[in-house]
Design a protein around this ligand. Sequence first.
Ligand SMILES: C[S@@+](CC[C@H](N)C(=O)[O-])C[C@H]1O[C@@H](n2cnc3c(N)ncnc32)[C@H](O)[C@@H]1O
Length: 338
Amino acid sequence: MIDTIIIGDSTKKIKALPDNFVHAIISDIPYGICYEEWDVLHNNTNSALGGASFAQKDAGDLFKRRGKPLNGWSSADKNIAKEYQNWCSSWAPDWLRVLKSGGSCFIFAGRRYAHRCISALEDAGFTFKDMLAWEKSAAPHRAQRISEVYKRRGDSKSAEKWSGWRVANLRPLFEPILWFQKPYKTGGTLADNLLEFDVGAWNEQALSDYNQILGYSDGATQSNIIRISANKDDRGLHETQKPLKLMELLISLVTKKDAIILDPFAGSGTTCVAAKQLERHYIGMEIDETYAKIATDRLTECVNGSSKRIGVCTEISLFDIPEFDLPKMDEQRFARIG
Ligand SMILES: C[S@@+](CC[C@H](N)C(=O)[O-])C[C@H]1O[C@@H](n2cnc3c(N)ncnc32)[C@H](O)[C@@H]1O
């Protein structure tokens, strides 16, 4: 069970894990925004999702799918957020059960429905500790100039009045990382909890190693804004692949060597690879056999303990990464939120 990628539905597979077993749960969960089939977490069939307008087709891969208008086209659409929360509630109690007292849980959640995920985990018994911002240097963005619409209609007066105004969202340059903690034992203190379970605090040295390489001033070294760009190895394995260095930082922040890290939505296995490189144990769960194989192959290739310090302090300089060197498909997922 330890140091493997388990193929199957994690909401069921997790039931085989013992109570108080893992030191941290770190997962890039489906955002529920219908990005791909695995991300459709509602029963609503009255939906225009998956279609594409002519403008989207012209834009090519980046904006190939039609996102849902924020005001919704049907009353059934309004249930999508609630259904997403129900889905999170279906696994949150097991996540709490398998996590050690005082252990941390980091969840990548989309900005649109993150609040639903927070409510589900809170209801299950987690403490919502903080929301970190993973900030990127660039992200594709599409926000239509409304004056252009009026121009096409031949309405020059309105075009002039609304010149400089756009619809849709601002450029999506951050992604929330939700930080939860399992409450530590009643009657004790966090200091006691650390001694008993090896979790409950965060590693200042790991964070400052990372901040140092980015050239932050001393005052920013404990900031909850994480700036890590993807490099060329962080793409091509999964549509929503996360930078390995980012996962390494999160693991280093809340666990020590030999800890067990669980990722129930493992995708191409980035969390597990990061764990292995940092000499932690991992348990990955992935429903899609193709991704599970990719993850297993990555893990076979990766050498235990190859990155002794947090990743950002190793081979690459972040300043060498071109501004637009981002995981394209992941940004696509962002773009569709707006
Ligand atoms: C957002 S992706 C994770 C990508 C990952 N961060 C990476 O770097 O490759 C979420 C993954 O969860 C998987 N998934 C969705 N529902 C699942 C379930 N019930 N059990 C296990 N895996 C599931 C999807 O197949 C998808 O690969």
